[in-house]
Write a protein of this length. Sequence first.
Length: 266
Amino acid sequence: MKDKRVLIISSEVVPYLPQTEQAINSFQIPKAINEQGGQTRIFMPRYGLINERRHQLHEVIRLSGMNLVINDMDMPLIIKVASIPKERMQVYFIDNEEYFKRRSILHDDKGKCHKDNDERMIFFTKGVVETVKKLNWSPDIIHLHGWFTALFPLYLKNYFKDEPLFSESKIISSIYEPNFEGAFSHNFEEKVAFDGIEKALISDLEMANYQALTKLAIAHSDGLIMASENLPEATVEEINTSKKPKLTYVESKNEEVYLKFYSDKF
């Protein structure tokens, strides 16, 4: 792992959010990489419930100020950064008043997905990539955590396909068990198609449910990790039939096996 550059992208990371399986993994994995001599950058959304003063977030003016076009609307991109205490790890936060100011993560107080999660996903995807471009930091591996990052493989291999910074990057997706039911958007396909991505690649987004999002991530990733013990059978079958390098849930709990997967396969 020495000197290998790994970009970690997740909707949840401790210590900024509660200790879910995904949030813990999104911290422990880059920590292990750093300890083995690798380099990491972590990206997550800056939700309104994150206490900026306690975690010492500050805006990075040289990275902020860009507008991203989301479904024909200009949306300002704000970048904030913080360091995880006692660790050599920097976390970059993608922020926007419209999408991330609310004091919740991906669900409302009734447990239902926010109806604009589709636009939030597109904004987060574009925001991370544009920020990494400004940093001029070319990752060897891009490791995605959770369904909120499902658009990254698709966008990197299509919308950003001519971007030399990512030409050699390999994409790993960690798949977690579902935490919502039904579809949260009926216009998702149209909003992604607005970015010039062929409809044949995004037909699954006609019904933006968990299965459609994980299927999209699996189809365009280079490697896969079963990050939850109780994944739906259809998702496990999708991963197995993809014939892509993978780790089972049990294997993913062994740090040595995990880092060997990084080194040997990518």
